[in-house]
Design a protein around this ligand. Structure first.
Ligand code: NI
Length: 228
């Protein structure tokens, strides 16, 4: 069983039989979020793709309240520890088996500033989570890269969360190329419509994905879940 719930932007709750993982918890300052940080419970881990404010978000308050382990690139994990959280550092390319699943950070082409404390810079990453024999890819804020093609060769993805918002990340055209590289069973668009600058027609993108590939596309509304 794997259930993915979108809380708008790039924030997902990912529930498997091994536990619940929260990815990129940008909630309090997210105009489209359907929950406040205080409403999330029984979180085993918070996994971060990179250090921008719209991904780091409410990491510290949620981790302190729930006891969730912060799993992130070394510098972000260090910052989380400085701010009183428990954290596990990974580096891009490295993975670790946790009770809640195997988490690996993979390359992403994107900015490296840590907005919560600019004295740290970090590595922007994508995330691969393997649990319940299912493989989930959360691309973070990446551009389309040849690395995505490599990931498609290495993994049989059950689900991929891809940004389609353009301007700061891949836009719809490049995200469609990414679907063709990754060949996931399911794709969920993210990082769009949060602000006017990244407004996109996700239903039109879904039609292109399902017309040109064999991947199913789930366009979620904030708070909605998909099982796979
Ligand atoms: Ni970013």
């Amino acid at each position: 069983m794997a259930r993915l719930t979108w809380h708008a932007h790039s924030c997902f709750e990912y529930q498997t039989t091994h536990g619940k993982i929260l990815i990129d918890p940008f909630l309090s300052d997210n105009p489209k979020a359907d929950v406040s940080p205080d409403e999330l419970d029984q979180i085993d881990a918070i996994v971060l793709s990179h250090g921008h404010g719209d991904h780091w978000g409410d990491t510290v308050s949620i981790a302190k309240r729930t006891g969730a382990l912060v799993v992130a690139a070394y510098e972000l994990a260090q910052l989380a520890m400085e701010q009183g959280c428990e954290a596990h550092p990974l580096a891009c390319g490295g993975g670790h088996e946790f009770p809640f699943g195997h988490v690996k950070l993979v390359p992403a082409a994107h900015g490296s500033m840590t907005e919560a404390d600019p004295k740290y810079s970090t590595t922007a990453c994508g995330i691969v989570i393997t649990a319940d024999e299912r493989v989930l890819y959360h691309a973070g804020d990446t551009a389309l890269t040849a690395d995505i093609q490599l990931l498609g060769r290495l993994y049989a993805f059950d689900c991929a969360c891809l940004p389609i918002g353009d301007n700061f990340t891949m836009g719809p055209d490049d995200a469609l190329h990414a679907v063709k590289f990754l060949e996931p069973k399911l794709v969920v668009p993210m990082h769009y419509d949060t602000f006017d600058l990244i407004a996109q027609d996700a239903e039109a993108w879904k039609a292109r994905v399902e017309g040109e590939t064999s991947t199913q596309c789930a366009v979620l509304t904030p708070g909605e879940s998909v099982d796979f």
